[in-house]
Write a protein of this length. Sequence first.
Length: 319
Amino acid sequence: MKIIRLLSLFLLTVFAFSTSIEFEGFSIFYGIGQDAFSGFWGISETGNNFSEQNIGAFTSNTQLWILHHPVTIYIDEGDSVIDLDYMYRYGPVNEDSVEWIHAVTEYSGQTYHPGGYWYAYWALDHTPLFDLPLDAGENYLEIALTARVVGIGGDTLTASFVVPDSLPFLAYFTVSEDGQSTTEPSLPIKLAYFRVFERKGKIELSWRTESETENSHFLVYRDNVVIGRIEGNGTCSAPHDYDFFDNKSSPGIHEYAIADVSYHGEELLHEAIKVEVEAKVEETAFVMNKAYPNPFNPRTIISMQYVVGSNSVVNIYNT
């Protein structure tokens, strides 16, 4: 009989193989912000701070990231690991369940442990979970893991992770109605100025901050569509200058704006500026210069300019 164990890389323990399928816990490191470590959920026989817990109070634009989730599958020597299916779903409580989302995990290979067993391991790193904005009210987050292994004899074993304390792999979070979190939000940046210039059909945006608090990055908008991202400076009290160049704007009047985004996923859009982009003047397709010298005897030079790839016909008459 084959045995699969889902364990944390931080909870490696030698277990004797038996005819039953056993699962142990692991740690999921998460952040409210792509690069901001906010805490971890530990799921094991000795504790569980994920399942059936309220994991936080969010605004509708809060993004929850899985920063690092190592998963180890213990196998017998000679077994072949097929895959690990990491799935999750979320949505308002008391509504019909939505389809599972399949996350992409990175497979790192398998190796032999000196304790006498083989293991294969994966990791889920820096993965955003939500499509924003979130629905206001009580929401849930559910995770499911399924591993498949092929034994030496060719038989396939499929096993799903079960929380050790028999609770569902399910947690809850609250999204505020008015966009105000019950936790203290980060302060916005202090913007000294925001300017937009048009130079020969190209657009230059420049702005300066006098201070920043938990500022993850800026988003650059053209006509309400994001066209760029500039990294912020976190928390600082010194001025910082920023520039962004838009070389793909079409002729006409466009509206540009910037928004600062905190590590908590909160976005603050600043006042937009309109600018007119002039149409580029087309180069003359054909230019013929005067003959030189003129009069001449016995020869002269006539120079021409034309666009590469164009067709030109020159007729010379002796009058």
